[in-house]
Design a protein around this ligand. Sequence first.
Ligand SMILES: [Zn+2]
Length: 170
Amino acid sequence: MTAITDNLETKNRDYAATFDKGHLALPPAKKYLVLTCMDARIDPAAAIGIDLGDAHIIRNAGASAKDALRSIVISQQLLGTREILLIKHTDCGMLTFENKDAYALVEKSLGTQAVEDLKSKNLDFLPFPLLEPAVQDDVEFLKGSPLIPEDVPISGWVYEVETGRVKKIV
Ligand SMILES: [Zn+2]
């Protein structure tokens, strides 16, 4: 046990004690999905008004559409979501490095075998140097993908971690 697992158990006991949403259906009630970053400062449900059971929230490093494609297809084809909100954010960690930096860090902390593994997979960490162009690029990527139906509305946003506000980009 760690302090983190202790926290999990304590807080979950409190949560479950008053939980009354066990009747919700599997498909999201409002039929949309949100793709955002894993950044610890973003609370999507609170920030953009998502009630439990309403939407899928897909998170990864940088809110990468390419990285999320598997989950997006599952969300749409198996569980009926029909709109996509893509939300990147200010001060994102993905703005701070390039692939070569990540490869060097892996080699330094995990060793040669680890970095060889990355190279063999040709793994792209999908960093981006500019925020708003990255939102536009990812929206374009989704709109151009044969895996996303053409009539699905796709919008791109920036969440400001400094103010809690969202701004529409595309
Ligand atoms: Zn981020």
